[in-house]
Design a protein around this ligand. Structure first.
Ligand code: CTP
Length: 411
């Protein structure tokens, strides 16, 4: 997808710099060429030699190197790329970007460029939530800098929370999201889509909830893929640890009721893809305060009530029904038979059936083996990454709308 694209990767000084090495590999696998700028503090974490070996290009660090300036000045360096990617984007480099400083080659290149910039922040959770960083990120967003991440998770500093740099494959997907639409024909331009993703969280009391293991990776990848083909996408996401996709309007919700309301609030849409793992039941009467243990008393019974079925609701016939509604069937046995039955029961057009039995275990993994069930039969797809499943599904959707099959080039 990135064939012929030129990425200028700016590696700043953070422990996540090691992931930038992997990012170079992922980008080159997708056909991009990568040229690196390494800051002085970045060089404390990765060596110029590693970057050079992986990018198969020279690495730029020195602002005042006469050779660099005669061969390629910083202005040309900043423009001789389709996209500048700052990964890791440390608190320091974002502060320098926000204040327009040009105190080293990386900052100068970022100030001089006329190309889009994508930042993948990485820092300690307190640094990320500090008012100074929040303000800098806000400023950069207002100036058009794109962001991917950070994710929630365990950090090298033994703390937990937002601040972990997105995984290399997520950054590569974000790069594709930014660069591919410009090159492709955007066959879904003008189509409005809603995608649900992730788990839902159903409150039992203010501190406890019912939920499941969904990572949101597949749903988020579908939202990205549809946006990459030009669709105007609203992603309605339950609580997940992964970043909002670039170029997609993301609405964050907790419960199934909120997820349904957000889907309906999106208004008239052409297509819906329900990839969320919606909890089937919620507590009928969530307690207003924390349920306390009482000595000698039996465990409290939790009365459950059914959640609304979002897929079935969106599939209901009527003038508001999207032209195409796609559901997922996560099954542990009789995969295809259950999916065929589910398609009819829910009234949707297609079901993407995936095996979530413990032996296959797709929750949280990068790969997925699915079958596409429609009125015309069952297609077995090979095992693909979740990004590939998403691109293939988006291609099928473009074809369904009678648009050029170019979108299926990914197959
Ligand atoms: N779904 C939904 N709202 C619900 C339950 C499920 O929108 N309340 C959607 C999911 O997003 C998915 C499809 O329905 O697209 C099937 O989900 P799945 O959990 O496999 O099916 P269930 O309806 O829960 O059926 P069962 O648990 O009996 O297999």
């Amino acid at each position: 997808m990135l064939k012929g694209k030129r990425i200028l990767l700016i590696v700043a000084g953070g422990i996540a710099a090691f992931k930038s090495l992997e990012l170079i590999r992922r980008l080159r696998e997708r056909g991009a060429s990568v040229r690196c700028v390494l800051t002085e503090s970045g060089a404390k974490f990765v060596t110029p030699l590693s970057l050079q070996a992986l990018s198969e290009d020279r690495v730029y660090s020195d602002m005042f190197s006469l050779t660099d300036e005669s061969e390629m000045g910083h202005i040309q360096l900043s423009r001789d790329a389709d996209l500048l990617v700052v990964a890791p984007a440390t608190a320091d480099i974002m502060a320098r970007m926000a204040s327009g400083m040009a105190d080293d080659l990386a900052a100068t290149v970022l100030l001089a460029t006329d190309k889009p910039v994508l930042a993948a922040p990485a820092m300690n959770v307190r640094m990320w939530t500090h008012a100074a960083t929040v303000a800098n990120v806000q400023t950069l967003k207002q100036r058009g800098v794109h962001f991917v991440g950070p994710n929630d998770g365990a950090m090298a500093c033994n703390e937990f929370g937002p601040g972990r740099m997105s995984e290399p494959s997520e950054i590569a997907d974000a790069i594709e999201g930014l660069l591919v639409p410009a090159a492709a024909e955007r066959p879904l331009a003008g189509k409005r889509a809603v995608v649900t993703s992730g788990p839902t969280r159903e409150a039992i009391d203010p501190v406890r909830y019912i939920s499941n293991h969904s990572s949101g990776k597949q749903g988020h990848a579908i939202a990205s893929a549809l946006a990459a083909l030009g669709a105007d996408v609203t992603l309605v996401s339950g609580p997940v640890a992964i970043a909002d996709p670039v170029g997609v309007a993301t609405v964050h919700v907790d419960s199934a009721d909120q997820m349904l309301a957000a889907c309906l609030a999106a208004g008239r849409i052409d297509l819906a893809v329900c990839a969320a793992a919606v909890a089937d039941w919620k507590a009928a009467r969530p307690a207003g305060s924390k349920i306390k243990k009482k000595a000698g008393a039996p465990p409290p019974g939790i009365e459950l009530a059914p959640n609304p079925d979002i897929l079935a609701t969106l599939s209901k016939p009527g003038p508001q029904r999207p032209a195409l509604v796609v559901g997922f069937a996560a099954e542990t046995e009789n995969l295809v038979a259950n999916a065929i039955d589910k398609r009819q029961r829910k009234g949707c057009d297609w079901i993407v059936a995936n095996d979530v039995s413990p032996a296959v275990g797709t929750f949280g993994s990068e790969r997925n083996t699915v079958h596409l069930v429609s009125a015309s039969g069952v297609e077995d797809w090979p095992t693909l990454t979740k990004g590939e499943v998403a691109m293939r599904l988006a291609g099928r959707i473009a074809l369904h709308f009678g648009l050029p099959p170019k979108a299926e080039a990914a197959e």
